[in-house]
Write a protein that binds this ligand. Structure first.
Ligand SMILES: Nc1ncnc2c1ncn2[C@@H]1O[C@H](COP(=O)(O)OP(=O)(O)OP(=O)(O)O)[C@@H](O)[C@H]1O
Length: 263
């Protein structure tokens, strides 16, 4: 397995240290969960890897040579576009789909179909429009496909943003609390769907939730003010699936992580 991205360095907000020196290396496959208390710099790390502005001063080195898909904490949906147009926004901007709301980009290229499928066992549709429809259905928004964001609940907006992120066919996917607005049942379903659809990608998932890390993490990292520590390797995860939420070893890992976060 090769390295897809790395970050090494420390950060300050104003004069205040944000995090002590961290060394983070991401492999080209698997889910890395970044757990930690609020305000410790998890989103900052994600934004640094994505090459975006942060409010922090960073001293160090970030390497990332692959296209990145980022789902930020704020779903960031375009308010005047419906769910389908939001999900396919990237494809429209690249000229892979016709658009009525902006000019076609002349240098656009066709997207590769995502590997995996919105429905287990089904072949992924190659056509971007059909692929978007399948993803919107998979996140449970088929009946909201033509609704604008202000007609959606917070959890529905988050699911639309998840579909938009899953629609992009990038090797590295950064997810910042992607399931935080969802009820427990929908959250588990979206975790399952994401594990399935992103099975062959590198994923860095920021979460506050030890149960989520225990279900999804191939590696689990704890970020605290004094730096980053790697949790002992969790039990193997089934291919393209989450660990069962009620398995004794998953519940034990969740409890261990909670103890680690409280320490
Ligand atoms: N744009 C900004 N300008 C100034 N300070 C910022 C900005 N964005 C974040 N910060 C500060 O940087 C610190 C780290 O923020 P960050 O969002 O990375 O933390 P986090 O661990 O992801 O928190 P949470 O779990 O609450 O989302 C916080 O103290 C925050 O107030």
């Amino acid at each position: 397995m090769s390295v897809i991205a790395s970050l090494s360095g420390r950060a300050w907000v104003g004069d205040q240290p944000l995090f002590a020196p961290v060394d983070l290396v991401l492999d080209s496959e698997g889910w890395t969960c970044l757990l930690g208390p609020s305000g410790v710099g998890k989103s900052t790390i994600l934004r640094l890897i994505a090459g975006l502005e942060t409010g922090a001063r960073f001293q160090g080195r970030v390497e990332c040579h692959q296209p990145v898909a980022l789902m930020a904490q704020d779903p960031g949906l375009i308010p005047w576009l419906d769910v389908t147009d939001n999900v396919t926004l990237g494809a429209r901007l690249r000229g892979e789909l016709p658009t009525s709301f902006m000019p076609k980009y002349p240098g656009g290229r066709r997207a590769d179909p995502i590997k995996g499928s919105a429905r287990r066992g089904a072949e992924p549709p190659a056509d971007p429009a059909a692929r978007a429809d399948a993803l919107i259905a998979a996140v449970g928004l088929a009946d909201r496909a033509h609704h604008r964001p202000d007609n959606l609940s917070g959890g529905q907006r988050q699911r639309a943003a998840l579909a938009r992120t899953l629609f992009e066919n990038h090797p590295l996917v950064l997810l910042d609390e992607p399931f935080s607005a969802l009820d427990a049942r929908t959250r588990a379903q979206m975790q399952d769907l994401s594990a399935h659809l992103l099975a062959d990608r590198a994923v860095l998932l920021v979460t506050h939730d030890p149960a989520e890390a225990a279900r999804l993490g191939d590696r689990i990292l704890l970020l605290r003010e004094n730096g980053l520590t790697e949790w002992p390797a969790p039990p193997p995860r089934p291919t393209a699936a989450t660990r069962p939420y009620d398995a004794p070893e998953v519940l034990a890992l969740q409890a261990d992580l909670m103890r680690g976060m409280m320490a």
